[in-house]
Structures are given as C-alpha cells and as structure tokens.
Ligand binder design. Structure first.
Ligand code: IDC
Length: 442
C-alpha cells in the first residue's frame, strides 16, 4: 500500500515537472529520449465523401501529430501526387477540389511531426472513392459565402454564379419561366446554376403600388424559390428598384419584405437576397449605405448566412464608392451591372481596380445589348466582359429569360415560357450567345 502511494506521488511529481517544462518552453530530457525518431501513429478513421468535382476527407486526430501530408492518385494514371501539407496538428478534414466527374481517385493521408531538423512521417492510411456523374449546383456546392473578393462554395473552392434573370414577374406572364420544367431546362441544357427573380418595386404591378400586387408578387417569388430548391439551383430574390431611384423611398416595405423572406428561408442553403437592383438619379453610396444597413439588420435577425447583394449608384455602376466605405456585414457582395453596347472599357477598368483591391462584386444583371434593353446587340463586347469575369471567377446573371420583343430577351416572342425546350429553336441571338457560353462551363 505504502509502496503504491510512494510510486503514485513520484509519478505525479514527474508529470508536474514535464508539464511545467512544457509550459516554460523547455523540453524535458526524458521526453526527448523517448520521442526522437518515433513516428506518429497511422491515421485512423479515414473516410471520403464524393461530390462530382470535389471530395471531402475526414479522419481521426493523431495524437502528437504536427500536421498531415495528403496524396492523391487518379486511378487511370496510377501516379501519386502530394496535394497538400496541412500544418495544423488539429486538422482532421480536407477538401480536394477541381476533380473530374465520374472518376476513380485514391487518397492517402500520413501524419507527421518534426523531430529536431527531421520530419518523421507515420504510415499512410488510404481510401478509394469515385466522383459522382452529376449533381445539382446546390448539392455540389452547398451554402455559398463571401471571402475576400469572391464567392466560395461550402468546400473552399471559388464559386461562380451563372444565372438568368427573369423579366418583371408581374409583367405579362414573365414569371412562367419559374416553372420547375423550365428551370430544369435552364439548369440541364444551359448550365444555369442560379435564377434571379426580378420583382419590380414601382413599375408594372410594382410591389409597393398596391397591397394586392404585393400579395400576388410574393406568391410568385415563393413559387420560384421552391422550384429552385427542388432543382438544387441558387435563387436571388431581387427587390427591383428602378423607377423609384432611391431605395430609401420604400425602405419600410423593403424591411418588412426581407424580414418575412429571411424568416421563411433561413434554413435554405440556396437563397440570396438582392436588396436594391439599381439606385439611380444621383443617389450615391452615402444614402444607399444606411438603407443597406437597415435591410441587412432585418435579414440578419433571421438568416445569419444568406448572401446579401447590394446595389450601387448610377444604375449599379458605382462600385468604387463602397470600396472605401464597406458595409460591416461580411457576407455581402456589391452589385455591378453592365450592358454590352453601353458600358465598355471604362467600366471594365473600374471593375478590375475594385476587384484587385478586394471588393466582392456580383454582376447580378447584364445585357448583351445597349442599356435600354433594346437595340445594339453586341456579341464582341459581351464576350470581352464574360472572359474577364470568368478570369476573376466573378458571377453574373443575364437579363432576361423572357420573350418580350426586345434585344435583351433570350426567347423569341411568343415562346411559352412555362415549357421551354432544350436546344436553340426558341432562342434569339442573345439567347443563343448566352446558352453557348454557359454550356462551355457546364
Ligand atoms: C427594362 C426592360 C424593359 C422595361 C424596362 C422598364 O427590359 O422591357 O420596359 O426595364 O423600365 C436595367 C434594369 C432593367 C431594365 C434593363 C433594360 O435593371 O429593369 O429592364 N436595364 O433597360 N438596368 C440597365 C438596363
């Protein structure tokens, strides 16, 4: 009994000495002797979850590891390649991005630690996995978030919105494009990952002009969001300020609307809130910012994660204004709109400057023609813009997925928007250009 007691206290004293030494940064001599050369244990519990272009690896933390080395081998080539060295000893998860669809991969993870000058590496754990053939955009990418000047998916890769905007959902039957069958064609035949629901605030059955219009418009928005969700597409709810010029004019209604939407959609991972399409008429950032703060507060009271899109002055061209006066909400992007026939090098230069200074930008609307939406189809300028945005991985939505008789429309006049067909037979020159561009990236 006495013996055991004495032993226990001796052990306790040793433990205290070691931990004191560790705390003071001195390595205990005894520890050095027993650890030199001893490799960390083999990683255990390694699993791989495949999507179509990325894989998430998870494993159990290895005690004493200083980091992990990760290797990948595409089975068709049989060659192993070191793809990542994670230095934090506590990391037990890694996303491997940019993989080919429907392809077999093997991964290896080895724990390592530094021993003096040397790195000692444990035995590899391995796992095999096959990426999926295809997945919906939202299943593939999960919840989007803003980081630096870009939008990222849930697995740490930059994500580019490629969307179509409706025309005004209260105009004619332009909300028909929100049917599940038409959205599916946009998703599968075009490669569209996002639908933007344009709800005018003043023009043509505008939300703020009559409570009955507001009620009808809301039903259409909800229908569109639900169909997008079923199809795994992202959806932008757009408070389409235009004629009203100053978003502050209907700020109370905007707050009430976005408060209701964010309460409804806080659990969805596919909803983005665009709170003012295009401030104009000389309304600058100093007026837009307090409006954005008000609406952001209303949204964040319910939905902490959905991305907020904020319009900028001069029909969403003045992105340089918020550059030096950013909103505090980190999950916000700033709107830039271009119409290819009107906005050329000078606006591209502004875009490049703001992007390079870290401003997160979304082109939530662009047209292939001049700013009137009619006339001046300009394929060359459209391609110059889209090439630039693709280089920076900045997203865009085309105006518009409608059949109105104007140049910006993607569909020929008289197309039944509720049942669009795959292929190009129903498309205008603008629709053909957009579809083929989006398909390249599918
Ligand atoms: C245009 C529509 C047109 C409609 C007009 C209403 O294409 O049919 O009569 O609005 O004022 C924008 C706006 C967008 C415009 C579009 C083309 O966001 O509402 O749509 N545009 O003018 N900004 C720049 C161009």
């Amino acid at each position: 009994m006495k013996m055991i007691k004495r032993l226990t206290s001796a052990l306790l004293a040793a433990a205290v000495a070691v931990s004191m030494a560790a705390a003071s940064g001195i390595t205990a001599h005894a520890e050095e002797i027993c650890l030199t050369g001893a490799a960390p244990a083999k990683v255990s519990g390694l699993t791989a979850t495949a999507r179509s272009t990325s894989v998430t690896l998870k494993w159990k933390k290895v005690s004493g590891a200083g980091g992990y080395k990760i290797y990948r081998c595409e089975s068709s080539t049989g060659k192993w390649k070191g793809i990542k060295n994670i230095k934090s000893g506590s990391t037990v998860k890694f996303n491997s991005n940019g993989l080919k669809k429907n392809t077999a991969y093997k991964f290896r993870v080895k724990a390592y630690k530094k021993s003096g000058e040397k790195t000692v590496v444990g035995k590899p754990a391995g796992v095999s996995v096959r990426t999926k053939k295809s997945m919906t955009p939202a299943a593939e990418n999960g919840r989007l978030r803003v980081k630096g000047a870009n939008i990222y998916n849930a697995y740490g890769a930059k994500f580019q919105i490629r969307g179509m905007s409706t025309h005004g959902i209260m105009w004619e039957k332009y909300d028909d494009i929100l049917s599940a069958s038409s959205l599916k064609v946009l998703r599968d035949d075009w490669g569209v990952n996002t639908i933007r629901i344009a709800m005018y605030t003043e023009e043509w059955g505008g939300y703020t002009t009559d409570p009955e219009y507001a009620r009808q418009a809301k039903v259409k928005v909800i229908n569109g969001v639900e169909n997008a969700k079923k199809l795994g597409m992202y959806v932008i709810i757009d408070w389409h300020v235009l004629k009203d010029k100053d978003p502050n004019k209907h700020a109370d209604q905007a707050v009430a609307f976005f408060s209701e939407m964010s309460r409804r959609y806080k659990g969805y991972n596919n909803v983005l809130y665009e709170i003012c399409n295009e401030p104009n008429g000389g309304v600058g950032w100093s007026s837009i910012k307090p409006y954005a703060e008000k609406v952001t507060r209303a949204i964040r009271a319910n939905d902490k994660k959905g991305i907020i899109i904020v319009g900028t002055g001069t029909w969403s061209q003045d992105i340089h204004e918020p550059l030096k006066d950013r909103l505090s909400d980190k999950n916000t992007v700033y709107t830039l709109h271009f119409y290819a026939g009107t906005h050329t090098d000078w606006l591209r230069d502004r875009f490049k400057d703001c992007y390079s200074k870290g401003l997160p930008i979304l082109v939530s609307e662009f047209g292939t023609c001049d700013a009137s939406g009619n006339g001046g189809f300009n394929s060359a300028q459209t391609k110059t813009w889209l090439t630039l945005l693709d280089q920076k991985k900045v997203g865009y939505c085309n105006w518009s997925a409608s059949d109105k008789n104007e140049t910006a429309s993607a569909f020929r006049t008289g197309t039944d928007l509720s049942k669009i067909r795959s292929g190009t037979s129903q498309l205008t020159q603008s629709g053909k250009l957009i579809r083929s561009w989006y398909r390249k990236h599918k």
